[in-house]
Design a protein around this ligand. Structure first.
Ligand code: C5P
Length: 237
């Protein structure tokens, strides 16, 4: 397995992101560009990281009508990202349109299709928040329902919380790639992540990729932090 660590570049400027990317490229597997960085720095930040050979996970969580999502996914594929996110709650047809757009656009360009990852229930939502938007019942069954729908739509990957890995592995095809944030090594200060696992625990439960932000970019020495994580995974992979 290649290096499963995806560093979240949750910084506000292109300069900060590029500086981190240059420092971390040899010791991580990919860079996640989210809404803050993309909105402030624009698609050029993706091109610049790709030009430096970094793999890019574009985390914009598309959620719209199928035609619009398909066009956004096609545009992301032309930008040459390796992973991107959509909301599974957009429904079966929307997910199918997204996967087809990724495959078709990549085929026309003669490159591998990006991994379209489904986001199920945001970890900021609990059963009360779900019932406020008309979804009754616990979070777990809703995550499983959306995950199964994503598999039915042909998605090849999902984003899930550390606590969902084991349950999803039981119900999903084994080829489904699981990408997991909420990773903490124990060395960093506490922050807003409430349910966490170490990198090694998440991989042994069945995660394929780990999204790690603050434990790397906010460390005194980000490169040393990323190297320590890679070492901790050593024979655990
Ligand atoms: O700094 P930290 O390691 O908590 O960063 C985690 C990254 O993963 C952030 O970019 C955050 O937006 C994202 N994420 C998350 N929890 C989710 C989904 C995404 O922390 N459920």
């Amino acid at each position: 397995m290649q290096n499963p660590v995806i560093v979240a570049l949750d910084v506000p400027t292109a300069d900060q992101a590029l500086q981190l990317a240059a420092q971390l490229a040899p010791v991580v597997g990919a860079f996640k560009i989210g809404s803050e960085l993309f909105t402030s720095a624009g698609p050029d930040i993706v091109r610049r990281i790709r030009a430096a050979e970094g793999a890019v996970f574009l985390d914009l969580k598309f959620h719209d009508i199928p035609n619009t999502v398909a066009k956004a996914v096609a545009a992301a594929t032309r930008l040459d990202v390796q992973m991107l996110t959509i909301h599974t709650s957009g429904g079966l047809e929307m997910m199918r349109a997204a996967e087809t757009a990724a495959q078709e656009t990549a085929r026309q360009l003669g490159r591998p299709a990006p991994l379209v990852l489904g986001v199920t229930v945001l970890t900021s939502m609990d059963a009360k928040n779900l019932s406020e938007i008309g979804v009754h019942g616990e979070v777990g069954p809703q995550v499983e329902r959306l995950a199964s729908l994503a598999a039915q739509a042909g998605l090849r990957g999902l984003v899930c919380s550390p606590l969902e890995i084991a349950g999803l592995r039981r119900i999903l095809p084994k080829e489904m790639q699981l990408v997991t944030p909420g990773i903490r090594t124990g060395a960093e200060k506490a922050d807003d992540q409430k349910r966490t696992l170490t990198p090694r625990e998440a991989i042994s439960l069945g995660a394929n990729w780990l999204v790690i932000g603050r434990p790397i970019y906010a460390a005194t020495n980000p490169r040393a932090a990323a190297e320590a994580i890679a070492t901790s995974l050593g024979d655990g992979r």
